[in-house]
Design a protein around this ligand. Structure first.
Ligand code: AMP
Length: 468
């Protein structure tokens, strides 16, 4: 039970303590390694951006933009205050001079903004980027759902060269389906490889194609879906009823138990894809097979924004209850253009790091407790000087060392060494220093040996090699 004090972490936020951060660091290190082997480079965009960026990229009708963003004004009037001009009135009066900014609820928009801002279309294409860091959404907190949470994500962006015919959105569906589908499959393979390296238990990949926003494809399907939804309207709850008008595809997302038998009978998008989107989806499945990636098709997996197209996927893991999605992703060929950039293809995903960690912890894969390699038990002035030098040398050699700042009786020191989970105690008294041979005690079995400093380093290195 947490101690109550005046100040506590705000609801939906939490402290990650050293007992957990070891696992977080491990997960992030593996992400750097695995994504690096697929040729991805890390990008670190800012944590706040103009509100307008998210409103456009994520969409004004989404829950995220309509009710979950942390938005505030960034008064440009501050510059005037710095110059010493007194500003009269309230913050609201200054608003015309202020830009609205938002703590990022996701990072795809920022990555696309950065792609445009840094002219990354001039680089060899595609540009493959990944990121990790905190996101902010004002959601109802529960297990696996926080208001500050962490995502690890990646995006592949590829500008359409002028000589390449427009290949997406409402204009001309792709003639390059096989190439794009291979990219989609590789991105999915990368996430699955990452999860495999972490030995994440019970992962399940679901895929779907939502076609493209053309009259012979998704738009036609949405028309059909709408007609059928009107017929079953009275059997649906208020959220789904509202979505019939605003975003019929999102009704397919519904988890409301009483709606399921009706939704299951609705028309399926796979029966309404245009030939190019059908080819893309077939190639994606072949490409996943080729890579040994096991998947399940789920026709109800949708992304409710117009520029999302074709591939959508979601990965669930064990031990997470109702919040079991650890990763969501999809193709979004129209997004960079929507943000003012050139026509660009894109595919990406975001992993919920908090949920990933929860699932690993539930499976007993927490990081080993943080012990010390060596605890230095010293007594006497001369021994202290040697202990300080020994600590420095051992740390330089990569060992974790605890050096008590005040002299302790050896018995007390060994007790502390034990409590800290130390593997060895290095015992340094004035005698050891005078002799130049130090006593190293193995705490697990109490055995002791006398070693010179070079022998000590050699011995510890061997132990580390054996245990790693
Ligand atoms: P999204 O950006 O909504 O597609 O979410 C991608 C992934 O981020 C989800 O599959 C979750 O694992 C994770 N996620 C989204 N929202 C939250 C949240 N409020 N708390 C924790 N994880 C989240």
């Amino acid at each position: 039970m947490a101690n109550k004090s005046k100040f506590q972490a705000i609801r939906g936020t939490r402290d990650l303590l050293p007992t957990e951060t070891g696992l977080w660091n491990h997960v992030e290190e593996i992400a750097h390694k695995v994504f690096g082997t697929f040729g991805f480079g890390e990008i670190r965009p800012p944590i706040f951006e103009p509100t307008e960026l998210f409103a456009r990229a994520v969409g004004g009708e989404t829950d995220i933009v309509s009710k979950e963003m942390y938005t505030f004004s960034n008064p440009t009037g501050v510059a005037a205050m710095v110059r010493g001009e007194r500003l009269e009135g309230t913050l609201a009066d200054m608003l015309p001079e202020a830009e609205m900014i938002t703590l990022r609820p996701e990072a795809t928009a920022s990555v696309c903004r950065a792609y445009i801002e840094h002219n990354m279309q001039q680089l060899p294409q595609p540009v493959k980027l990944y990121y990790m860091g905190p996101m902010f959404r004002r959601e109802r907190p529960q297990k696996g759902r926080y208001r500050q949470f962490y995502q690890i994500g990646a995006e592949v962006l590829e500008v359409l060269r002028p000589e390449t015919p427009h290949q997406f959105a409402t204009r001309h569906p792709s003639q390059a389906a096989p190439k794009d589908a291979a990219t989609d499959a590789e991105v999915i393979e990368m996430v699955m490889t990452f999860f495999d390296c972490l030995q994440l238990p019970g992962i399940q990949l679901n895929i779907n194609s939502i076609g493209h926003n053309g009259p012979d494809c998704r738009r036609h399907y949405i028309g059909e879906l709408h007609k059928e939804l009107i017929k079953i309207k009275d059997h649906l709850g208020p959220d789904s009823q509202r979505r019939i008008g605003t975003n019929p595809l999102r009704v397919l997302d519904s988890k409301v138990e009483s709606e399921q038998s009706y939704i299951d009978k609705l028309p399926r998008i796979a029966d309404h894809l245009c030939p190019d989107c059908t080819a893309h989806y077939a190639t994606l499945k072949r490409q996943l097979d080729l890579r040994g990636v096991f998947f399940k098709e789920n026709w109800r997996l949708v992304r409710g924004l117009d520029y999302y197209m074709r591939t959508t996927f979601e990965i669930t893991a064990k031990g997470l209850g109702s919040q079991n999605a650890v990763c969501g992703g999809g193709r979004y060929d129209g997004l960079v253009e929507l943000l003012g950039g050139p026509p660009t293809k894109g595919i990406g995903f975001a992993i919920g790091e908090d949920r990933l960690i929860l699932s690993l912890q539930e499976a007993g894969k927490g990081a080993a407790p943080q012990g010390r390699d060596v605890y230095i038990a010293w007594m006497g002035e001369r021994a202290y000087a040697t202990a300080v030098r020994a600590a420095k040398d051992l740390r330089t050699a990569g060992f974790s060392v605890e050096l008590p700042p005040t002299e302790l009786k050896f018995g007390k020191a060994l007790e502390r060494a034990d409590k800290l989970g130390s593997r060895f105690a290095l015992i340094l008294g004035d005698n050891e220093v005078a002799e130049g041979s130090w006593t190293l005690k193995t705490l697990a079995d109490g055995s002791q040996q006398k070693l010179t400093e070079p022998e000590l380093l050699e011995f510890l290195r061997n132990c580390k090699r054996l245990s790693s």
